[in-house]
Design a protein around this ligand. Structure first.
Ligand SMILES: Nc1nc2c(c(=O)[nH]1)N[C@@H](CN(C=O)c1ccc(C(=O)N[C@@H](CCC(=O)O)C(=O)O)cc1)CN2
Length: 285
């Protein structure tokens, strides 16, 4: 019998989160006379990154969050980038910092991320944020993983006792989403480019998170009937890592691309920026 998965509507949920965030931003602005402010930092002019940063700035504007942009040339050195991030970290007018990824092969990404003050790390990329996520302590989550967990909650998917397979192991996506699922008592398997038999691992999964950046890598035939399929892939042309048409015939729930995980990434960034501003401005009065 053929079935069609229910769609997980990231666009609609993100809209509601941003509306709620806008109310909190307005409240902070009224109480303190200062609007929450996100600094966006972009090294080079990668077209996709330019688009994502612009999307973040536009959503900030609509939510009453100020944004300040630092555009650095592609040839910027790690030391120069660290200096720029250090200046933003020390600036009391900036409450959150977003360093767009990727930054170019000559940049030491870890050194750059660590130049962000942990209390302004609204993108959840520092070791401090990563450790807090790992230990289930309060802190800022990486935005896409945080958005994915919020989507699962919205659709009453309780990870406890479920087999979750994360395809991908990047520092801002695969690793942290696996940690968050483990923190919610899922049994987590990470798959990656050296995994011997990806298909058989995926076939075992009650929850699949595709976060590898390979268009349509995960095919419907490998999806366990009724599984929850989260497509966190953002490949050129708005193509996900999951072959949507075949996967939706077997999954129970599935995120579309576009309209699934992507909007949740930005909504999480905005919500965490306002949270950071609220804390910093409360501490300064
Ligand atoms: N420092 C970071 N860098 C990157 C992150 C991140 O979370 N922090 N994530 C990705 C890309 N990304 C944000 O930066 C991102 C990708 C896609 C979307 C999104 O909303 N996509 C839409 C479709 C967009 C369109 O119509 O063109 C969707 O899926 O519906 C948001 C953010 C890499 N770098």
């Amino acid at each position: 019998m053929s079935r069609t998965a229910r769609l997980m509507d990231g666009t609609g949920l993100a809209r509601r989160i941003v509306e709620e965030t806008a109310k909190r931003a307005a409240d902070i602005t009224e109480r303190t006379g200062t609007a929450p402010c996100l600094a966006t930092v972009l090294v080079g002019e990668d077209p996709a990154s330019v688009t994502y940063v612009r999307m973040k700035q536009n959503r900030c504007r609509k939510a009453g969050i100020e944004s300040r942009h630092v555009a650095l040339p592609a040839a910027t050195t790690t030391a120069e980038l660290v200096d720029a991030l250090g200046a933003l970290s020390a600036d009391p007018g900036v409450h959150g910092i977003l360093l767009q990824h990727p930054m170019g092969p000559h940049i030491d990404e870890r050194a750059a991320f660590e130049a962000i003050a942990p209390w302004k790390d609204v993108d959840g990329v520092t070791l401090a944020s990563f450790s807090a996520m790992g230990f289930g302590l309060p802190g800022f989550t990486s935005c896409t993983p945080g958005g994915i967990m919020r989507l699962l909650d919205e659709y009453d998917v309780d990870p406890a006792g479920k087999r979750a397979v994360v395809v991908g192991r990047s520092a801002i996506l695969g690793k942290p989403v696996g940690m968050l699922l483990l923190g919610r008592d899922a049994t987590v398997t990470y798959c990656h480019s050296r995994t011997a038999d990806l298909s058989s691992a995926v076939r075992e999964a009650d929850i699949v998170v595709a976060a590898v950046g390979r268009p349509r890598l995960i095919r419907g035939q490998d999806i366990k009937p009724g599984a929850v399929v989260i497509d966190a892939g953002y490949n050129p042309g708005n193509v996900g890592d999951v072959d949507f048409d075949t996967a939706r015939e077997r999954a129970g729930l599935i995120t579309p691309v576009p309209g699934g995980v992507g909007p949740m990434t930005i909504a999480t960034l905005l919500a965490q920026t306002v949270e950071a501003a609220g804390r910093q401005l409360a501490a300064s009065v």
